[in-house]
Design a protein around this ligand. Structure first.
Ligand SMILES: [Zn+2]
Length: 139
């Protein structure tokens, strides 16, 4: 997890119009407008299949089912990203709350927030929006 701006050489950059056309309204609202989907009424909160969660904007692998845990929040929750350079974090002070926003390191798409009340040993809880990701089942 890094607080510096992404310097990935494969960074994906599109205009807002291009993103809107590519993602459709629901995804666009989460990934590009930092929207939040409803708890328990999203695709993956209760998904227990083995596999990989990839970015809905650019397909970058973000989280593994191996690190998914039951948080009780109604959103898919992970103890850590699939690799250190998969996501970037930055402060988010909207709505009068001090939170840490998590975004895809490749396309900058908003994924959710990370909190420090996760299970050991990491102690982190990546609280993600299902709509920001696609699930690729393990074969
Ligand atoms: Zn992405």
């Amino acid at each position: 997890m890094s607080t510096v701006e992404a310097t990935r050489s494969d960074r994906v950059v599109k205009t807002e119009d291009e993103w809107r056309a590519l993602l459709g309204p629901e995804r666009y609202n989460i990934l590009r407008r930092e929207g939040t989907e409803p708890a328990f009424r999203n695709k993956y909160w209760n998904n227990h299949d083995p596999g990989t969660y990839v970015c809905g904007g650019c397909g970058l692998p973000l989280f593994s089912s191996d690190d998914k845990f039951e948080s009780g929040t109604g959103w898919p929750s992970f103890s850590k990203p699939i690799s250190d350079d998969a996501v970037n974090v930055r402060p988010d002070d909207r709505f009068g709350m001090r939170r840490t926003s998590v975004e895809c390191a490749r396309c900058g798409g908003h994924l959710g927030h990370v909190f420090d009340d996760g299970p050991p040993p990491e102690g982190t809880r990546y609280c993600m929006n299902s709509g920001s990701m696609d699930f690729k089942p393990r074969r």
